[in-house]
Design a protein around this ligand. Structure first.
Ligand code: NAD
Length: 467
């Protein structure tokens, strides 16, 4: 026990099939068909988050040196909002839907029933451990599923805490946490699940998809990628720099939709960089290393990876660049004059380093972005409607956002998901509910319809053939 945080321990491998079987039995009792039951569990989930905010802050401080205010904004509030929205909307979302009226079929009462898939698995990454496990859990509960959470072994404090909390607050016959790393996840993937929602990197996604193919388990993948930023000189400079530096510095850049690289017209580079430096100095007046408001990189492996990308750049460091291996600190860093084939452009940075690519105009920026994989998010900072429309209309990405970054993932009513290599499927509110729901087609055909459809029965007489 560290403070109020229990000690992390991996779930024994031989318990994993037993846990899945127990949840299947729980699901088969049919208790989650009741909307009242789902609401009660969603309420318990909301209270679990609310009652334990201080412990969650403590866990995230241990795992990521994350400030409570940041954890509130990027994790606690969005997770609570997911649980509350699911609680108040589950009745509406679950209602059967009549198929659209058609003369040929209306008499059969064609209806779509919204049914739970069964026992679902949510595998989540280290970077936003609360919201990427408990957010989708709200959708899984609302849809009537039993659910296993598999949080990341890289956040041992959170993962141990959530295992304790889920067992205390939620129905243990239906919801549980399996903890562990590759051996435990590999064991889980030998089993059939009724759906897997995987959030993480593309390399592991291939492993998950390969294993799921063997058991014909459907998978939603929420992945990452390099989310570009288009800068129009006709932007609100101070606001742009502030929001962009916030997006890059939050969680020390370990955000799947963090601005990954920026495309700036040559004539505007110096002005833009100066404004970004001012914003960083405003956030961290005594430097980020001394600040309580700045997180750390999660692991020695990720620290070495990000430092390697920075060491390999042929660009010029315009701000930052200092690191501390012992504390896994990497300063918010701006690198200017980065080319499309630079080390910083070789993979998703997933850290507080921002390469700035100098372009001649928006057409060159579009050409660079469109030569790469479709990103999870794409950002434009401009006051010019035509500029924004040009970028939105001539690119593909999971989401496109003007004049801000990151906040769209928590915006109620919007789907969150990627396209192509940045993921497939959607989550968030009703979209999470739909992900974990089987849309079951039903009809009930009265006898008299054979007056119209009698032609389907043999023998196919000349009269029938002619009609
Ligand atoms: P990761 O892929 O290393 O790990 C994610 C999960 O997979 C963890 O629970 C981990 O235990 C498990 N895992 C790791 N190796 C495995 C293996 N060999 N077999 C089976 N399971 C394995 O991801 P990460 O480093 O924790 O997170 C970073 C990535 O996640 C980034 O690429 C980021 O963009 C992405 N991400 C995406 C979203 C989104 O919503 N689209 C959100 C956050 C992070």
């Amino acid at each position: 026990m560290t403070g109020t945080i229990p000690k992390f321990s991996s779930t024994p491998l031989d318990e994993i099939p037993v846990i899945r079987e127990n949840l299947r039995n729980g699901f088969r009792t049919g208790k989650s068909k009741s909307i009242a039951y789902r609401k009660q569990q969603l309420l318990a989930l909301a209270y679990m988050i609310k009652d334990n905010a201080a412990r969650l802050h403590e866990a995230l401080d241990l795992d990521l040196h994350r400030a409570p205010a940041e954890t509130n904004f990027i994790e606690i509030f969005p997770s609570l909002a997911e649980a509350k929205e699911a609680y108040s909307s589950v009745g509406k979302w679950s209602k059967p839907e009549r198929a659209h009226w058609s003369f040929n079929w209306f008499a059969m009462n064609p209806t779509i029933r919204k049914e739970a898939k069964g026992v679902v698995l949510i595998i989540s990454p280290f970077n936003y451990p609360i919201t990427l496990s408990l957010g989708p859990l709200a959708g899984a509960i609302a849809a009537g599923n039993a659910c296993v959470l598999k949080p990341s072994e890289l956040t041992p404090a959170y993962s141990a805490l959530v295992a304790e909390l889920v067992s205390q607050y939620l129905d243990p016959e239906m919801y549980t946490v399996i903890n562990g790393a590759i051996p435990e996840t590999t064991e889980m993937l030998k089993l059939q699940w009724d759906h897997i929602l995987y959030t993480g990197g593309a390399r592991v996604a291939s492993i998950i998809l390969g294993a799921a193919a063997k058991t014909l388990t459907p998978v939603t993948t929420e992945l990452g990628g390099k989310s570009p930023v288009f800068i129009d000189p006709k932007c609100d400079l101070h606001m742009t720099a502030k929001r962009l530096m916030w997006g890059k510095a939050t969680n020390a850049g370990q955000t799947c939709i963090a601005p990954d690289y920026v495309l700036v017209p040559r004539s505007f580079v110096d002005t833009f960089v100066k404004a970004c430096i001012e914003a960083l100095k405003e956030f961290f007046p005594h430097g980020a290393e001394k600040s309580d408001s700045y997180a750390r990189v999660i692991s020695p492996g990720h620290f070495a990876r990000i430092k390697g990308l920075l060491d390999g750049t042929r660009g010029t460091i315009a701000y930052g660049g200092s690191t501390n291996e012992d504390t896994k600190f990497i300063e918010p860093t701006l690198v200017v004059g980065v080319k499309n084939d630079d080390s910083l452009m070789s993979e998703e940075i997933f850290g507080p380093v921002l390469p700035i690519i100098v372009v001649e105009d928006v057409d060159e920026a579009l050409q660079i972005v469109n030569s790469r994989d479709h990103p999870l998010a794409l950002y434009v900072f401009s006051k010019d409607a035509a500029y924004k429309a040009k970028v939105f209309d001539n690119t593909q990405s999971g989401a496109c956002v003007a004049n801000d970054c990151i906040v769209h993932y928590a915006t109620e009513g919007l789907p969150f998901g990627g396209i192509g290599p940045s993921g497939s499927g959607m989550q968030g509110g009703k979209f999470s509910f739909d992900t974990f729901t089987h849309f079951r087609a039903t009809l009930d055909n009265p006898k008299w319809v054979d007056i119209i459809l009698g032609g389907r029965y043999a023998p196919f007489t000349p009269k029938k053939q002619a009609s």
